[in-house]
Design a binder for this molecule. Structure first.
Ligand code: ADP
Ligand code: MG
Length: 327
């Protein structure tokens, strides 16, 4: 059983961001309004995720770390539901199979909280302790018992950059949650949790970022687009600042990037790649939700249609702005 867990863990937990993504998604599912993430050495030494969500009751902690244990109803009707699928009850068991885990938690109904330890897939012990409502999960010594996996990790700095990237995306798609991220004892960013996308962008990239952006809010039925896009002055030599979400889930998709850039064709720009933080709403039937849980990519069923709708929507927004066209 321990071996099975280790194999399953290897499939889904490949680096620190895999742990962080799962723990933060659990915290989001737990109705938290404040989530903080602290890592040391790019997550290799420790990862700590703290939330103020519903917590886990004393008796249910060991169960939550069992494989295929989930308290969530699996409903694959539309894309929204994919957000609560997580690892289908595999995340906590997978993480505890390849690291040391300490969980401190308390529900609103309990008088007192609990602290439990897991190591290499084994439940070590549990005791009661005082704690505010919510959950703190501390993961240390990631991959201590799977040296092959450990060898594949990148330099601390690179792992840290990946963590920052994914936390930025999670923060952007949840403006209603206040995220704090610190690395090696230093606060990297903190979002306010006001529910306003603009506030999140300002917390992440600074107020000056908006100087080169225009607000996007167009409907090209059945697609709706919201967010901020480059007004031509803010362009980059890479696509790193093209951040797209479909139904509030981050997507990395070459056709969408191409469609986005095609919309800028004929405009005067210094660099090739315009910047954009774009939230796209689409009917669930246009997407495929049957993807591997470890993947972030969403399958768009009719990619060329979606790309055309996207390009037209962005183009409409640009046209309405009277921007300088190439002659
Ligand atoms: P899944 O998210 O697919 O249900 P996980 O292994 O990620 O599976 O989590 C197992 C269970 O542990 C969840 O269903 C949930 O009941 C509980 N849980 C995990 N993290 C938290 C959290 N931060 N707050 C409250 N409950 C949690
Ligand atoms: Mg989960």
């Amino acid at each position: 059983n321990e071996t099975i867990n280790k194999i399953a863990a290897g499939e889904v937990i490949v680096r620190p961001i895999s742990v962080i993504k799962e723990l933060v998604e659990n915290a989001i599912d737990a109705e938290s309004t404040r989530i903080s993430v602290a890592v040391e050495k790019g997550g290799k030494t420790s990862i700590c995720v703290t939330d103020n969500g519903v917590g886990i009751a004393y008796n249910e902690v060991p169960l939550a770390f069992k494989r295929h244990a989930t308290s969530k109803i699996l409903k694959i009707e539309d894309l929204e539901s994919i957000d609560t699928l997580g690892f289908r009850g595999e995340a906590l068991s997978s993480i505890s199979a390849i690291a040391r885990v300490r969980i401190t938690t308390k529900t609103a109904e309990e008088e007192i909280g609990s602290q439990s330890f897991f190591e290499g897939g084994t439940f070590i012990n549990q005791r009661v302790c005082t704690y505010d409502r919510g959950t703190e999960i501390m993961v240390t010594d990631l991959f201590y018992n799977t040296p092959a996996r450990q060898k594949h990790l990148q330099k601390d700095k690179n792992e840290e950059k990946l963590i920052r990237d994914i936390l930025e995306k999670l923060s952007l798609s949840h403006p209603e949650i206040s995220f704090t991220y610190s690395s090696d004892g230093r606060e990297v960013f903190k979002t306010l949790g006001t529910g306003n996308l603009k506030d999140v962008i300002e917390s992440l990239y600074g107020r000056d970022f908006f100087k080169g952006l225009r607000e996007l809010d167009v409907e090209n039925s059945p697609m709706r687009l919201r967010g901020y896009i480059s007004d031509l002055t803010l362009t980059r030599s890479t696509r790193e600042e093209q951040i797209f979400f479909i139904n509030n889930r981050f997507v990395k998709n070459k056709s969408l990037s191409r469609a986005f850039e095609d919309a800028y064709e004929g405009y005067m720009m210094v660099h090739k790649h315009p910047v954009g933080i774009v939230f796209m709403d689409l009917p669930g039937r246009m997407l495929d939700v049957n993807i591997h849980p470890a993947k972030t990519e969403i399958q768009i069923l009719n990619e060329s249609l979606v790309s055309i709708l996207f390009k037209q929507g962005i183009r409409d927004c640009l046209k309405a702005q009277n921007l300088v066209v190439d002659v």
